[in-house]
Design a protein around this ligand. Sequence first.
Ligand code: NAP
Length: 313
Amino acid sequence: MAPIRLGLVGVGKIARDQHFPSIAKTDGIELVAAASRSASVDGIENFTTLTEMLAGVELDAVALCTPPQVRHALAHAALAAGKHVLLEKPPGATVSELTDLVSLAAQKRLTLFATWHSRFAAGVEPARRWLADRTVRAVRVEWKEDVRHWHPGQAWIWEPGGLGVFDPGINALSIVTRILPLPFFLTEGSLEFPENQQAPIAADLAFTDANGARISAAFDWRQTGPQTWDIHVETDDGRLTLSKGGSEMVVDGKPVMSEADSEYAGIYRGFVELVGEGRSDVDVAPLQHVADAFLLGARRIVEAFHDEPNGAA
Ligand code: NAP
């Protein structure tokens, strides 16, 4: 089969760090064009908008690497033009945007892939298998990082739809919704907003599953020093920890799995398979939990932590 001809929209950090190298290493897909308001990418055709790209080059698929606030309009236009679509996480600014895209992709018989890159971390599928026949007693998620280091200059992340600390926190939720054997539901939430921002800088969440197991999550963007991306699961038959964003798995204190970053290679292999099989892969659960946190969470204003105006720049 001829490789999928891919156009990418939004040449920012994640496109450069992960998408370009992963596409180049994946059989069955080829980057032929990019649409960027300001950047140009060597060796492929360059356009300033998706509309121009769709009119100017033959494509089979489009990857959207923009901030979530503009994702729905772009995805809708790409699907309407008959292209398969790969969405960076989070797949939209609202849940109903995603529902709309699912319907359009099905109607047009196109692949829609709402990617959750953390689900491709090496420990996630082994953890899912280990937990499948155990009873979960309690879960503790700690996802704490330094926003100044990871999101310098990203004004969009503090705006409505940018999700604030849920931008990384949704990665943890994407793992927990994948590995736990039962669905779970938010019972309490506390969201902290800097007084000069429209998105939260920290969140404390409590969930319960159908068996009454408590699942708690602490997301914080004010962490300095070592960064924490850990999930601890107590079961009736041992304790599992996923650390380093899901790339390391430890059971009862013994290392079981540790593998360097393979997330985006898995994403593009998965996209080629989905297109080949004429399927979509969209799981709204992580975004739904974030929406629930905004619905149920109590909002607290914290003193601005920034020295600089407008966030972490
Ligand atoms: P970024 O560095 O700010 O890049 C986003 C790019 O999108 C911009 O460079 C810009 O590219 C384009 N864009 C189009 N409309 C925009 C608008 N209204 N405002 C700002 N940019 C706009 O962000 P990023 O870190 O790559 O994140 C993009 C998405 O990837 C987010 O949803 C994020 O959650 C996800 N992601 C990021 C990381 C990470 O480590 N940074 C990891 C995993 C997932 P042009 O100038 O080319 O138009």
